[in-house]
Design a binder for this molecule. Sequence first.
Ligand code: COA
Length: 281
Amino acid sequence: MGLKTLPASQFTIEKLTDFYNQTRIDYLVPMPMSVDVMAEYIHDFDVDLELSPIILDEDTDEFFGIGMLGVRGDSTWITRLGVTPASRRRGAGAAIINAFFDASKQIGAKRTILEVIKNNVPAQTLFERNGFKKTRELLVLRRAPIRPPLSPEGEITWLYRKDALAALRSYPHPLTWVNALGSMENASMFQGFSIKLKDGTRGWLVYRHKKQSITHFEFHTELGNPVKMARNILLYLHLQYHRMDAYAENFFADDPHLPAFFDLGYFEAFRRIEMVKEYTD
Ligand SMILES: CC(C)(COP(=O)(O)OP(=O)(O)OC[C@H]1O[C@@H](n2cnc3c(N)ncnc32)[C@H](O)[C@@H]1OP(=O)(O)O)[C@@H](O)C(=O)NCCC(=O)NCCS
């Protein structure tokens, strides 16, 4: 199969959205995107369309595959990768990975990061064969919009955008690409709360506020009991937003706040595996 690679920057956002949706019609977890959501995604996650490959049939220009590359500092991030069902197992996936490696080399990146849904055997095999190593397992949690039955304890302070960014800047643990400071700085609605409980427990939650959902949570317990902190701050959050879906991405499997989520009606939607390829000269 003769393949041709063009940069995604040569196509409109409408076309890129159509390409992406064509590759995901049989996906493990359905994730179709609208044009507006795609545009926001490219902006918020620093996707560089010059460095993002589109794979076409060399002779007919039929679309085969797409991949997008986020760029921040000396790291690149692979996202939105897919090949149309009819053209799989003919080298398009490998061609996308090679284009990512060339682009990462071109800009002097030290590593490339990605997340793949657990049990996505074709993609995980493709990544392993290309030198990616598993680093962490991540949980994606969801909650239906239900008003919580209790009121929170403690003293709550709203964190407006500037304060929420300052809180995240002080976060002592590594963050995944979508939850990292760069993503939140790019996001249009970002805010949070801090909480102080009578026993001295204190901490904060920051999150993105979208039209119909609250997403991209980060929690930090500065002192005291993480489950108590998270339970009370989540009670407050869901009293404020009782009509909204909640979508909390990329929690580490050993996050100490997790029991509070399950108490409040969250369920595990799926898991991701984070993988990294380090470049050595
Ligand atoms: C994963 C995906 C992009 C692979 O694309 P592809 O064009 O079929 O990949 P290639 O033909 O270049 O295959 C390269 C290698 O990947 C691995 N691979 C691809 N499909 C595989 C499968 N179904 N089972 C096991 N290994 C597979 C193989 O090692 C393969 O090499 P080989 O053909 O010499 O054995 C494609 O299956 C896809 O689009 N899936 C749905 C979307 C998706 O999962 N995206 C990834 C999100 S992280």
